[in-house]
Design a protein around this ligand. Structure first.
Ligand SMILES: Cc1cc2nc3c(=O)[nH]c(=O)nc-3n(C[C@H](O)[C@H](O)[C@H](O)COP(=O)(O)OP(=O)(O)OC[C@H]3O[C@@H](n4cnc5c(N)ncnc54)[C@H](O)[C@@H]3O)c2cc1C
Length: 406
């Protein structure tokens, strides 16, 4: 078991200031993306008169609810660029922030169960390699060697036909990632303001000049959206539309078990992904619920479906007890790729649409978004992810590599 220590209590990691009258940059949404963006604005660009406004508690949205899988084995060059940039940042993050995050490069396996899966996976491995990403195709025997508890028998509903494997991929402790970024951002002068909901915008013609909040109006030189599923609500207030749909996505953890699951296993086809947390809980996720909503709860049949797949693949889990389940609201675009760039409103920026995969993107997205805000133009890693692609048709179809049904 990993013996690194628990961090300090989060309340003492950053200050809790009253909102000022005005900031150079206001970031809406105190999830991983909002906080990381604030940190890189301060660190990379020297912009420290920044507020992150969070309607609830810091990193209490999807950041607190995800299954923490980190990998960069996406299909297209554009995705490889941003996710691999992110993974490289992950590899130095604990040291950079001086904060323990239980970042564990234990490898991620994406199983294939049909001929179509096999073809898609092999193609992706080749594409990954061309982009310098450490991807391998592994046959069922190699799957079993890497994760001895997997059932690779032929007599299950969808036998394992092999999988892709990324050795540098892994997991990290999500809360601690947010707290690590928050602590450093706060030290650099960023105001992290909780219990402060943005309810409207102040504009001068087509230019955003401030935000209306439950704690009063605050002026801003620039405003950056980082509100995941609620981005469409905020965009509506600002006068434009974004092509995202917000879906519940559930996850669950079991009671503590001996450490028996050495890697991360995902299956897009039978809809389950499993890793084992440092203490020993099994952490499992499923596909999204198909309806749209903001309810932060999902349907029971999704969990039932996910558990039947899990028990078939891992018969050893059949007697594991469920400890708790929860849901988050993920923001899904039509090409399963994020949106990051400028908006039709002057001085307003957008970062959303990370769907089921934005935790792994936190460092890379924060870096690129900070660059976009500071320079009023995209970073090389996010230039293809602007809103305009939904008009030009230059979509980046990552449905296969997103690895969760949506
Ligand atoms: C069950 C589940 C499993 C997942 N598993 C993985 C995984 O294994 N790997 C992976 O890479 N990703 C995963 N994800 C996706 C990942 O969690 C998200 O993509 C990522 O956390 C998004 O970060 P964010 O900062 O954009 O959003 P959030 O963390 O949701 O932050 C947005 C914040 O905006 C705030 N906000 C909204 N409206 C307003 C307003 N009007 N005013 C002020 N604040 C506002 C919200 O309260 C929220 O805190 C998973 C998600 C879920 C739900």
């Amino acid at each position: 078991m990993d013996q690194r220590h628990l961090p300090e209590h989060p309340d003492f990691l950053w200050s809790n200031p009253e909102p000022k009258k005005s900031y150079d940059v206001i970031i809406i949404g105190g999830g991983g993306h909002g906080i990381a963006t604030a940190y890189y604005l301060a660190k990379n660009h020297g912009i420290t008169n920044v507020a992150v406004l969070e309607k609830g508690w810091l990193a209490g949205g999807n950041m607190a609810r995800n299954t923490t899988i980190i990998r960069s084995n996406y299909l297209w060059d554009e995705s490889a660029a941003i996710y691999e940039h992110s993974l490289k940042l992950w590899e130095g993050l604990e040291e950079e922030l001086g904060y323990n995050m239980f970042f564990s490069q234990r490898g991620v396996m994406n199983l294939a169960h049909t001929l179509q899966d096999v073809r898609e996976s092999v193609r992706r491995v080749e594409a990954n390699r061309l982009n310098g990403i450490d991807a391998e195709w592994i046959d069922p025997k190699q799957v079993k060697e890497l994760c001895p508890i997997i059932n690779i028998n032929d007599d299950i509903r969808y036998p394992v036909m092999g999988g892709t494997y990324q050795p540098r991929a892994g997991i990290a402790k999500h809360d601690w990632v947010a707290w690590g970024y928050a602590r450093r951002a706060s030290e650099l002068g960023v105001d992290l303001i909780q219990n402060c909901e943005v309810t409207g915008f102040v504009k001068d013609g087509n230019k955003i000049t401030g935000v209306k909040t439950t704690r009063g109006t605050i002026n801003a030189g620039k405003v950056a959206l980082a509100a995941a599923g609620h981005t469409s609500v905020l965009a509506d207030m600002a006068g434009f539309r974004v092509p995202i749909q917000s879906h519940p996505l559930q996850a669950l953890v079991s009671e503590l078990h001996e450490i028996i699951h050495p890697t991360v296993v995902m299956s897009n086809h039978v809809h389950v992904y499993v890793s084992q947390a440092h203490k020993g809980e099994l952490v499992m996720g499923a596909g999204v619920d198909t309806f749209n909503g903001y309810g932060q709860r999902g349907s029971f049949h999704v969990i039932e479906h996910q558990m039947s797949a899990a028990v078939e693949l891992f018969p050893a889990f059949a007697r594991a007890h469920l400890l708790r389940t929860w849901g988050g609201i993920v923001d899904v675009t039509m090409d399963a790729s994020p949106i990051m760039g400028k908006t039709p409103v002057d001085n307003m920026y957008i970062n959303c649409g990370w769907g089921t995969g934005g935790f792994k993107g936190v460092p890379g997205a924060g870096w690129a978004y900070a660059h976009t805000i500071a320079n009023d133009s995209a970073h090389e890693t996010n230039s293809a992810f602007g809103l305009e692609r939904f008009e030009t048709g230059a979509l980046i179809d990552e449905h296969g590599a997103a690895a969760v049904a949506h």
